[in-house]
Design a protein around this ligand. Structure first.
Ligand SMILES: Nc1ncnc2c1ncn2[C@@H]1O[C@H](COP(=O)(O)OP(=O)(O)O)[C@@H](O)[C@H]1O
Ligand SMILES: [Mg+2]
Ligand SMILES: [Zn+2]
Length: 511
């Protein structure tokens, strides 16, 4: 007897429906065809054990399993469930009435319990598009998939529960989640700017960065609070729109990071990969391509701590994705795209010992050493960083007394207002959403300077020996500062402030 079930494969951040055909006839062999990888091939032994362990019979006949389309490589053991159900149905141990209604995925333990799979959310989206009535996934994956409206999402712990639901044609295991409710309920951040004492100028710089979507680097000695500040950046960004949350959730679903109770990634992600990370870990890759940190940070924040410690080649590979806001991974047979639109916040010590320019402590590095340390970060990545902020530690004696800061929520309200102005400004322009994304031609259109502004900028460029690349960045940042003040035009004071955020461009960095 021939039976069909449906599973799914992941391509980029989307799913593809896979048809699993099982035919049972006279004979005794087991065939699995249609480009399955080794893990799928090994499923034979696992399935024999599972089916016998749950008191059904593994048919001792000729079993041919075909997975289509054949040109898509079938990865991993997540096809256990649709294959097992098809075998049980083809051997007439369970009804095939509803098998054409569902897409199902799940890895099986030998006792028949279901282990989580990757990509349950894109699977639900694809199944809905293809007019399936529902999907069946392991319980750990049910929430991420159940935020898709208009399709029934079932979650189970054990294959026996799936069989019971199919045989009795019940709705047992059905889970519904309201995505909008998720968005409002869980939009909470674990860290708040309120905890950061003093450092008003740094907080101001981060507010500007958040308001215009500008990448930022903090330079300061160990213990000055760089990591503490970076962790709080997501909390002042505007709340995620449902569309953004879905996009980020999809990437995290494909990466298999959503086990447990999170349904929708409704807070902006904060990713802080260690400097020993590989190219593939940072930008994505692998034999079966997986999204990297820059994609997991989609719509959120990527923190690169101790920037000069990262291998130069690793930083080089970020250049293209940062420009395109998308990363393309090419393998022998497949090319996939992952979104990569994030805010970069980097941090570094000013020199190898950490105390260059420190108010109290002495730096032990020679000028040559400091210079080559700074040189490590020059190049493509620095070209995309708009704000440089020098962080000096709040003295220990003052930490205890210093008053606590403004709450993130209050800062966020100002950021939202500035973003609303930018939404209007760029409403007719494809692919630009904030000031940081403007190209040179947009600067002419949206950032004209009055005479005294031009004069100030000219003097600054000369006096501070600012590089040409600093020029555009200063203007963009000045545009954001003007937006924060709800000013139509960029004024001299906006420029003056923006000029302060280019410390690494100055040749008077003491060297
Ligand atoms: N401005 C500050 N307000 C409150 N605590 C601070 C401040 N600056 C530093 N700290 C404390 O010092 C610790 C070390 O800061 P950290 O962010 O790790 O510094 P860095 O990353 O620059 O080495 C923080 O976890 C925090 O407890
Ligand atoms: Mg740190
Ligand atoms: Zn030093």
């Amino acid at each position: 007897m021939l039976v069909k079930t449906y599973g799914s494969a992941i391509h980029g951040i989307d799913a593809i429906i896979i048809t699993i055909e099982v035919n049972i006839s006279q004979g005794k062999k087991f065939y699995l065809v249609g480009l399955p990888d080794n893990a799928v091939k090994e499923s034979h032994h696992r399935l024999v054990a599972v089916i016998n362990n749950i008191d059904f019979k593994f048919p001792r006949r000729r079993i041919v399993i075909n997975m289509a389309p054949a040109d898509i490589k079938k990865e991993g053991s997540a096809y256990d469930l649709p294959i097992a159900i098809a075998i049980l149905s083809a051997s007439e141990q369970i009804t095939d009435h509803r098998l054409n209604e569902f897409v199902m995925m799940g890895e099986l333990s030998l006792d028949g319990s279901l282990k989580p799979v990757k990509g349950a959310l894109p699977m639900a989206i694809k199944a809905k598009e293809n007019k399936f009535k529902g999907i069946i996934v392991p319980e750990e994956n049910v929430k991420e998939a159940a935020i898709v409206e208009g399709i029934d999402v079932y979650g189970f712990r054990h294959i026996s529960d799936v069989i019971r639901m199919l045989n009795n044609e019940t709705k047992e295991g059905l889970v519904k989640i309201d995505p909008t409710e998720q968005l409002t309920q869980f939009n909470l951040y674990p860290f708040d700017f309120e905890d950061v004492k003093g450092q008003e100028n740094i907080k101001r710089a981060l507010e500007i960065a958040a308001a215009g979507g500008h990448n930022v680097i903090m330079i300061g000695p160990p213990g000055s609070g760089k990591t503490m500040l970076a962790k709080r950046l997501p909390s002042i960004l505007p709340p995620m729109a449902l569309e953004e949350a879905l996009e980020t959730t999809k990437i995290h679903s494909v990466a298999g990071l959503l086990h447990g109770d999170s349904a929708l990634v409704s807070t902006r992600p904060y990713r802080s990969p260690h400097h020993t990370i590989s190219d593939a870990g940072l930008v994505g890759g692998g034999t079966y391509p997986q999204p990297g940190e820059i994609s997991l940070a989609q719509n959120g924040v990527l923190f690169l701590d101790e920037l000069p410690e990262f291998k130069r080649t690793v930083l080089e590979v970020m250049r293209q994705p940062m420009e395109d806001r998308i990363v393309t991974i090419s393998r022998a047979k497949v090319t996939v795209d992952y979104p990569a639109s994030f805010m970069l916040i980097a941090a570094m010590n000013p020199c190898p010992c950490g105390y260059y320019n420190h108010p109290d402590k002495d730096c032990v590095c020679s000028p040559g050493v400091v210079k080559s340390y700074l040189n490590k970060i020059s190049g493509p990545l620095m070209d995309r960083i708009d704000l440089h902020v020098e962080v000096t530690p709040v003295p220990y004696s003052e930490l205890a007394d210093a008053k606590s800061g403004e709450k993130s929520e209050q800062v966020r309200q100002r950021v939202i207002k500035a973003r609303n102005i930018q939404d209007k400004r760029f409403s007719n322009q494809n692919n630009i959403y904030n000031n940081a994304q403007m190209e040179s031609r947009d600067l002419n259109k949206y950032c004209s300077l009055n005479e005294s502004g031009q004069h100030l900028l000219k003097i600054a460029m000369e006096k501070l020996s600012l590089s040409a690349r600093a020029y555009d960045r200063i203007i963009k940042v000045a545009r954001t500062i003007a937006d924060l003040e709800n000013k139509e035009n960029i004024e001299t004071e906006h420029l003056a402030e923006a000029i302060q955020y280019r410390s690494l461009d100055r040749d008077n960095w003491g060297l």
